[in-house]
Design a protein around this ligand. Structure first.
Ligand SMILES: Cc1cc2nc3c(=O)[nH]c(=O)nc-3n(C[C@H](O)[C@H](O)[C@H](O)COP(=O)(O)OP(=O)(O)OC[C@H]3O[C@@H](n4cnc5c(N)ncnc54)[C@H](O)[C@@H]3O)c2cc1C
Length: 493
């Protein structure tokens, strides 16, 4: 039996933000996640935009948390060395109907207390973004909108929380709860039974399933899929700002965003589904993204695409942010409906949740030795030749390039493995240091990364996975044994 003061279910943006916030206090905190790595489901496959989101309905909890979180995210990036690209956004009108919407979009921004948005003329927009369609009529500039490295935002918080005493149990799905006399007695996982005074449900798309286990569920969750293209750094047609279309009947439309690493992220769609495991991209979804993007930037080169992916927003029915203490089950906290703004709002959600718990009796005594700072892994690719030489002199593994596309060295990969909450899979390495994120998408470096993981973790290369579940990448040693024999041997194990 594992005992803890607080159990957080889910290591996405919300769960790790809460974990880091709680690590400031004298509490035993445990985070468990069904995935092999921190980073969440929705959190790792979102648009990565830290936006002021002037268009949300004023005075909702979502809008309040979103707005209050924005400066906290900027501070977090400073404290934890998280890459952020403070590029601003341009919301552009390309038809007279969209032009007529501009005053109401601006009014909404002002009603939300977002005072720094500015209306720009066609000429001003074309000066700022020469690749925008000549059909543009005008638009709104939001100077504080930014693109963040969403993987590192979560990883950095998890690392910092772990440095301050939080424990992480990964590959560890919560499968059941025993509730007795209005209290959760225990939480069942494959890694043991957990007994916690407080249980926080931050399971994103799956939080209805956790709520059912707790015996307090009056809502349901479904995925709202968003499909994206990632266009390579070397593409000839780029944008400097996040480009959006004026929100219309079909929603907020798609974004064309310059990422922190110099790629372009184009998408997402918004498709309501039932299947929570449907991460497939579809021809129709991608065609829709391309069509919308070309209306904004007609010359955008989709031929330079390096990958496509889909993320699932955790959509709630009834919708809206729901952050509450259960009135049926003592010590159970539900965080649901964090659908499409949660990366930005996660820091506000963490503060709000912990304050609510404190008011209900959670004792918050600050630790005297909390360290709120973290340094990221030094990136070889970003350095001058002289700095590169210095790095190699200090650690010869900086002298061996593993990922040719992104110029990632063996040292960076080894560091990613040995940090707190370190990488255990090929994708976990990729998210931390970008090995495999370039044009060849790991075609060259995956086998080298497998070798390094196996060596550093002292396990057989055949046991290294790409990510969750049984995503093994190697069959076994090439030998006289046929593939069928090896297969039979594996399934026998
Ligand atoms: C396409 C798309 C675009 C978006 N764009 C933006 C944007 O630009 N800006 C922004 O701020 N937000 C954006 N969002 C929203 C944002 O990504 C989410 O609101 C946020 O990531 C939710 O975080 P979370 O931690 O609640 O959920 P998740 O990241 O989904 O994390 C939940 C975690 O719970 C774990 N879990 C589930 N069930 C169990 C179980 N039984 N046991 C243990 N663990 C479990 C999961 O494995 C997962 O790791 C977007 C989302 C999508 C999908």
């Amino acid at each position: 039996m594992i005992r803890t003061d607080v159990l957080i279910i889910g290591a996405g943006a919300v769960g790790t933000a809460i974990a880091r916030e709680l690590s400031k206090y004298q509490l035993k905190v445990l985070v468990c996640d069904k995935n092999d790595d921190v980073g969440g489901d929705a959190s790792k496959s979102c648009s990565s935009c830290v936006a002021t989101q002037a268009t949300l309905t004023p005075n909702t909890l979502e809008q309040q948390l979103r707005l209050s979180s924005h400066p906290m995210v900027l501070q977090l990036c400073e404290d934890l060395d998280i890459p952020i690209h403070r590029c601003g956004s341009l919301t552009v009108a390309v038809s007279p109907e969209q032009m007529s919407e501009i005053p109401s979009v601006l009014d909404r921004a002002f009603a939300n207390g977002v005072w720094d948005n500015e209306v720009l003329t066609r000429e001003e927009i074309l000066r700022m973004e020469p690749n925008i369609t000549p059909a543009v009529l005008g638009g709104i500039y939001a100077p504080r909108d930014a693109q963040i490295n969403q993987f590192l935002m979560v990883v950095a918080q998890a690392e910092n929380a772990a440095e301050n005493g939080v424990e992480f149990l990964l590959d560890c799905p919560v499968t059941g709860m025993e509730v007795c006399e209005g209290r959760i007695q225990s939480v069942t996982t494959p890694k043991g039974t957990i007994c916690a005074t407080w249980v926080i449900n931050a399971a994103g798309l799956y939080c209805d399933e956790i709520a059912k286990m707790a015996g307090d569920c009056d809502f349901s969750m479904h995925p709202r899929k968003g499909q994206f293209y990632v266009i390579g750094k070397d593409t000839s047609v780029k944008v400097e700002h996040i480009i959006k279309s004026i929100p219309g009947e079909s929603g907020h439309g798609i974004l064309i965003s310059p990422t922190v690493d110099g790629n372009l992220l184009v998408g997402p769609t918004a498709e309501d589904l039932e299947d929570k495991s449907d991460h497939k991209t579809t021809r129709s979804g991608l065609e829709y993204v391309k069509e919308c993007a070309h209306r904004l930037v007609p010359e955008l080169c989709f031929e330079d695409t390096i990958t496509q992916f889909a993320g699932l927003r955790p959509a709630r029915e009834p919708d809206g942010y729901h952050i509450r203490l259960s009135d049926r089950v003592e010590g159970y906290v539900e965080i649901s409906g964090i659908r499409s703004t949660g990366l930005t709002s996660s820091l506000g959600i963490a503060k709000y949740t912990i304050r609510m718990m404190e008011q209900a009796g959670l004792p918050l005594r600050r630790k005297s030795d909390f360290c709120g700072r973290r340094k990221g892994i030094v990136s070889f690719a970003d350095k001058t030749d002289e700095e590169k030489n210095t790095l190699i002199m200090g650690d010869s593994l900086y002298g061996r390039i593993i990922c040719r596309c992104e110029q990632i060295t063996e040292s960076e990969i080894v560091q990613a493995i040995h940090r707190p909450v370190g990488a255990r899979t090929v994708d976990a390495v990729k998210r931390r240091v970008r090995a495999g994120m370039g044009r060849c998408q790991g075609g060259f470096c995956s086998s080298l990364v497998i070798d390094i993981l196996a060596r550093e973790l002292s396990i057989d290369p055949a046991e290294i996975r790409k990510r969750n579940g049984k995503s093994y990448m190697l069959y076994g040693k090439a030998s006289a044994q046929s593939f069928e024999e090896q297969d039979a041997a594996k399934s026998h194990c």
